[in-house]
Ligand binder design. Structure first.
Ligand code: KG4
Ligand code: ZN
Length: 341
């Protein structure tokens, strides 16, 4: 089954063609980072206008790379949420239009679920369920028990900022352009992670929930000099930036790894499935390896090119959704800014 995937949830316009849920024939991702960098974050209005401008060229390139024409598409799969409403509307409208014009079914998939599926789609061996899904993206941070593809139970999520969002906000405090995540990782690799005493939040009675807004405020106060007793602001020298980045990153990532490993033990999951843009962080991968090695757990990661928002994971998951439901969605499917697991 040849599936066309469409992803426009935030600041990437992407189209992909995937065969039978796993074989990627093409995956074109047009990033809008250049458009939003100077504003320090994604500007929703600019994002949806860019999706409109670039959708057809991206679709054409995707077909060209797969060496296919539109009549060879069996199913259209679109990310219908969670994301920015204006941005989602473009992808969902494009999917419905193509479905009508080509007389093919279409399905809407949850793009956060698709981030987890990105780590499963390239597995050669069958995955042993239940797994613990660990979502670490710019908009979401969550722990879910995955009974199977499509059957999940949420056991923890952030009560405020997502971890990627916290990286981006700390980046902004350090004067870095959007997205701060990769730049913080680069700075942190040269910094002293023990220099500044920062803490991640705990949520009373909810051991697997996350809270990162206090950590971000901790960085702000450290910069203002209010954590050291002296009221003098910290100079933004390269060394200070490196040490702040390293201290912040170490606390944020350790919090995720500790909670994920505890949850996996508690729910007897032998496999941890990671998804979302923060999986690009090599220190996260190293910490997970270190914590799981002696516990006989396996961690699955998205392959190169499938960590950030992309349509290949949307097409792949759409194949399974369509087979499980036995039919496509109807034209009244609406984009959703939030979707519960
Ligand atoms: O999953 P994603 O493409 O977007 C959402 O669906 O939200 O992830 C984007 C997020 C951004 O917050 C970005 O800063 C973060 O992933 N990110 C990183 C790294 N690469 C991307 N965070 C930390 N370290 C990285 N190397
Ligand atoms: Zn995403």
């Amino acid at each position: 089954m040849i599936v066309l995937g469409i992803e426009t949830t935030c600041d990437e316009t992407s189209c992909a063609i995937v065969k039978d849920g796993c074989e990627i024939l093409s995956n074109i991702v047009a990033s809008q980072i250049d458009l939003h960098a100077e504003y320090g974050g994604v500007v929703p209005e600019l994002s949806c206008r860019r999706h409109v401008d670039i959708f057809l060229p991206v679709l054409k390139e995707c077909l060209k790379e797969a060496d296919l024409t539109l009549d060879k598409i069996d199913l259209i799969s679109v990310a219908y949420g969670p994301g920015l409403i204006g941005a989602l509307l473009i992808g969902v409208t494009a999917a419905k239009t193509l479905a009508l014009a080509l007389n093919r079914p279409f399905v809407g998939v949850n793009h956060v679920e698709a981030h987890l599926y990105a780590s499963l789609m390239s597995q050669k061996k069958p995955v042993e369920f239940p797994c613990l899904g660990v979502v670490v993206s710019g908009g979401h941070t969550a722990l879910v028990i995955m009974e199977n593809i499509g059957t999940y139970t949420l056991i923890g999520e952030t009560v405020d900022d997502a971890v990627g969002e916290a990286f981006d906000k700390v980046g902004k405090l350090l004067g870095l352009p959007y997205p701060g995540g990769p730049l913080i990782e680069a700075l942190a690799s040269r910094g002293d992670k023990k220099r500044f005493p920062l803490k991640a939040g705990k949520v009373k009675g909810k051991p697997f929930h996350f809270s990162f807004s206090g950590l971000k405020t901790g960085v702000l106060y450290t910069l203002k000099g209010q954590n050291s007793g002296s009221q003098k602001p910290l100079d933004l020298t390269e060394k200070n930036k490196q040490d702040i980045a390293a201290s912040f990153q170490s606390v944020a990532l350790s919090d995720i790894v500790d909670k994920a490993v505890q949850a996996a033990q508690h729910y007897q999951c032998k496999t941890l499935v990671f998804g979302g843009g923060v999986t690009n962080n090599q220190e996260l991968r190293r910490l997970v390896g270190e914590s799981t090695a002696s516990l006989g757990m396996t961690a699955l990661w998205p392959p190169m090119g499938l960590s950030l928002d992309n349509a290949a994971m949307i097409a792949g998951l759409g194949y399974h959704c369509f087979r499980q439901k036995g039919s496509g969605d109807t034209l009244d499917l609406s984009p959703e800014t939030r979707i519960a697991f």
